[in-house]
Ligand binder design. Structure first.
Ligand code: NAD
Ligand code: UD1
Length: 336
């Protein structure tokens, strides 16, 4: 299939491009480079050994998007483009609603005009808000979401359901990611935060390589086995393969799937695993809890296993090894 990847030069989109090409698909990327670098394309082409069609523009540019649908014979769309910093979304909510929801409206309209009905969307476990973990796809969504970023994911899912209900020809899937980590095993592509990372895993990686002093562990008095927060970390290559599986099992209507490992790992366990991969101790200090954090959450993974035939294959150790390879060979991330 010819697959349009919006935001395809970002962290998850780039890893997914590699897996799609490995499965015989052709990819066409649209990205405005607001949170990625052109060098990602060069690295991707090196990994897959062929050129990849790339258009640089903002997805909200309706006329430019029409040109892409006219020129390329698109069979399906994977929609990664969006802003994703939780804290920034609290400061600039309109930017988040405009970019994330606005670009999704523009995309759905363009798909309708050009008769493309297959869509896979990058959602997040954040749509479960204050529901009880482990989350299953039938857990309540939309209640207790604490930030505009999470709300945009919920709004887009709702919109997809409404649109899918209006036309039986549409095949829409929302993938609810848990915590994506790791990098491609080549060390050529990986996560490259533009500022000091907010998320734990890239923060640990930057401490490991000496760019940051020590990890701040946000609280050790949670009701978890070692008192630190527990999350469901998923290797980005497993996540990418989840997209290939979702694409190959599309069916009429709207479906949501959790993409997680189903296992929880604590902050201290993750620091220990990364220390082992890096071959040296990673310094840390215990600090206050981060407001808004939950003690523990992880995925129920049965639905994706049964309906998509997909489950994770890689371990936390694999993620630490691959991320260390990426971080130590690219200490400053992508240069261009
Ligand atoms: P990323 O920032 O690395 O990638 C997103 C890409 O989209 C970037 O290359 C950016 O330049 C591009 N982009 C943003 N707005 C655009 C627009 N209007 N037009 C064109 N391009 C645009 O993020 P990622 O980690 O790869 O995440 C991909 C998707 O997955 C996002 O929608 C994100 O919200 C979602 N997600 C990510 C995580 C995570 O922890 N990384 C967790 C859950 C969900
Ligand atoms: C965060 C977002 C969530 C988003 C997800 C993307 C918040 C409140 N939630 O989730 O909406 O979908 O990222 O992956 O921002 N931690 C530390 N020190 C750090 C950073 C984090 O101890 O420097 C701890 C946290 O308290 C948590 C765990 O590490 O227990 C994971 O944190 P993080 O990587 O930010 O992910 P989430 O909190 O799951």
């Amino acid at each position: 299939m010819n697959i349009l990847l919006t935001g395809g030069l970002g962290y998850i989109g780039s890893h997914t491009a590699v897996e799609l090409i490995a499965h015989g698909h052709d990819v066409i990327i649209v990205d405005n480079l607001c949170n990625s670098k052109p060098e990602v394309l060069t690295r991707l082409e090196k990994i897959v050994g062929k050129t990849i069609t790339f258009y640089e523009f903002d997805l909200r540019e309706e006329a430019l998007l029409d040109d892409v649908f006219q020129k390329e014979s698109i069979d399906a769309v994977l929609h990664f483009a969006g802003l994703k910093a939780v804290g920034e979304s609290v400061e600039k909510p309109l930017e988040y609603y405009d970019n994330n929801v606005g670009s999704s409206v523009t995309l759905l309209r363009a798909m309708e005009r050009h008769g493309v009905g297959k869509l896979v969307f990058s959602s997040s476990a954040t749509v479960y808000g204050s529901a009880e973990s482990p989350y299953s796809e039938s857990s309540p969504t939309g209640v207790g979401i604490t930030n505009p970023y999470g709300q945009t994911k919920y709004v887009i899912e709702t919109m997809m359901q409404d649109v899918a209900s209006s036309n039986q020809q549409l095949e829409f899937v929302s993938l609810r990611y848990f915590n994506p980590v790791g990098a491609h095993e080549s060390g050529l592509i990986g996560e490259d935060p533009s500022d000091t990372p907010n998320n734990l895993f890239p923060y640990i990686a930057q401490v490991a390589v000496g760019k940051l002093d020590k990890v701040k562990v946000f609280g050790d008095d949670y009701a978890t086995p070692d008192g630190t927060g527990v999350r469901d970390y998923i290797h980005v290559v497993d996540l990418a393969r989840g997209h290939v599986a979702a694409l190959e099992h599309l069916a009429s209507g709207f479906q949501a799937y959790n993409l997680g490992s189903g296992h929880g790992t604590s902050v201290l366990e993750l620091i220990a695993a990364f220390s082992e991969a890096a071959g040296h101790e990673i310094p840390y200090t215990i600090t206050a809890r981060r407001p808004g954090d939950l003690a523990s959450y992880y995925a129920h993974t049965d639905k994706a296993a049964q309906q998509l035939g997909w489950s994770t294959e890689k371990t936390i150790q694999d993620a630490c090894r691959d991320s260390w390879k990426w971080q130590s060979s690219n200490p400053n991330g992508y240069i261009n």
